[in-house]
Write a protein that binds this ligand. Structure first.
Ligand SMILES: [Zn+2]
Length: 53
């Protein structure tokens, strides 16, 4: 299991995907934004607009 996971990440990092490719939703305004890393489950995420307020 752990081994398969490591292989998965290595394969992803080798791919030339656009850097911001994970879609997350702002927990305050509901706006969708793209992030370089997947959102950790159960964590509040804010877009830049809300974060700077
Ligand atoms: Zn927001």
């Amino acid at each position: 299991m752990a081994r398969a996971r490591r292989n998965f990440y290595r394969r992803v990092s080798k791919r030339k995907a656009p850097p911001k490719s994970f879609k997350v939703t702002c927990s305050r305004c509901g706006k969708e934004l793209m992030m370089e890393v997947p959102a950790p489950p159960g964590k509040d995420l804010l877009c830049l607009d809300c974060y700077n307020k």
